[in-house]
Design a protein around this ligand. Structure first.
Ligand code: DAH
Length: 337
């Protein structure tokens, strides 16, 4: 092999290394010019073939042609690969964290309602429901509100027709339940209630849970025991309750139930206006007048009932100053719970 042929082969190897190492179009062009540009090393070597002795020319000429072709091919391939890389779209980065779709959750009122019903279910009550559009009969008359009696004014009723109204409380479910079932009856009835009322502690639509227990031998001690169990479960294990005389047309005697202030524990503060107590619900022994409306007059039973504001219970439990927070659908507020 002639010395020139050896140089050509060495130069070919160098050219291939240089082309393979180029990482930019500029670097690639520099390598191309260095080896196969007009004054490139391989070009110069192939020109030198003509000055070899005649016998050595064919082999050296062939080696030069092969080398030039190979370098041109390698340059073309390297250029294509580089362009493909540069124009490539950003690919799928499988290491990126996924996008979370927003997760809905139960509204504070729904959750509180479920929690309250759950507590009473554990005490043996069954959950039932009644209609939100009621008749005067179920909302008032059968609950012993005499026609034209001032006690109806306590309710700020929203009427939707001659004899139809939006129920002002869940108490009508007491009547509907006793009409359907024979005693013993242990039910709680959660749901929406409506009144013409709107301020920081009252919303025109709010929620109550009604409770009714009718069986032989039920006394006011049962009422107090059940409500005390509720208060210690729902609020905190040391929550005390007290019963205050009150009046409702459908209970006799009637009692307002207070809990020891959730803020000061009974010492007296701004929330409880110094009294140490917070009003929680209305209750009492079922007025026997109701038994006549539902056909219970010969059942020889007694019973207790209570009506609890769910919105109010949630406000007390979570220290909410304004009932409107519950109904403005502001996620910044709702997501805290
Ligand atoms: N229905 C009454 C109200 O909304 C609350 C109530 C009081 C319900 C006494 C009762 C009860 O069942 O016994 O103001």
């Amino acid at each position: 092999m002639s010395g020139l042929e050896e140089k050509i082969k060495a130069s070919l190897a160098e050219a291939l290394v240089a082309l393979g190492a180029a990482t930019s179009t500029k670097g690639l062009e520099e390598a191309r010019v260095a080896f196969i540009g007009t004054k490139g090393r391989l070009i110069e070597l192939s020109r030198a073939v003509g000055s070899l002795p005649v016998a050595e020319r064919p082999a050296a000429g062939q080696a030069a042609n092969l080398a030039l072709n190979e370098v041109r091919k390698a340059h073309k391939e390297a250029l294509e690969a580089l362009n493909a890389k540069l124009t490539q779209k950003p690919g799928l980065d499988v290491t990126l964290p996924g996008r979370r779709s927003p997760l809905g959750r139960q509204h504070l009122i729904s959750r509180t309602m479920a929690e309250i019903c759950g507590i009473f279910e554990k005490l043996g009550f069954t959950v039932v429901e009644g209609p939100e559009v009621e008749t005067d009969y179920y909302n008032f008359e059968a609950l012993n509100f005499p026609v034209d009696h001032p006690s109806r004014d306590m309710q700020e009723t929203l009427f939707v027709g001659q004899d139809l109204l939006l129920r002002t409380h869940t108490s009508p479910v007491q009547i509907r339940t006793m009409e359907k079932l024979k005693p013993p009856v242990w039910i709680v009835a959660p749901g929406k209630t409506y009144r013409r009322d709107d301020d920081v502690t009252h919303s025109p639509m709010f929620h109550q849970v009604e409770g009714l227990a009718v069986a032989k031998g039920i006394t006011m001690a049962d009422l107090k025991g059940v409500l005390s169990a509720f208060a210690t479960t729902f609020f905190s294990p040391d929550t005390a309750i007290r019963l205050r005389p009150s009046f409702f047309p459908f209970t006799e005697p009637s009692a307002e139930v207070d809990i020891a202030c959730v803020l000061c524990g009974g010492r007296g503060c701004r929330l409880c206006k110094g009294s140490g107590w917070l009003e929680l619900l209305g209750s009492g022994m079922v007025d026997p007048a109701l038994y006549k409306f539902v056909g219970y007059e010969n059942e020889n039973v007694t019973g207790f009932a209570f009506g609890l504001g769910i919105d109010r219970a949630a406000m007390l439990k979570y220290g909410l100053p304004n009932i409107r927070h519950l109904y403005e659908s502001d996620l910044r507020f709702l997501e805290q719970f």
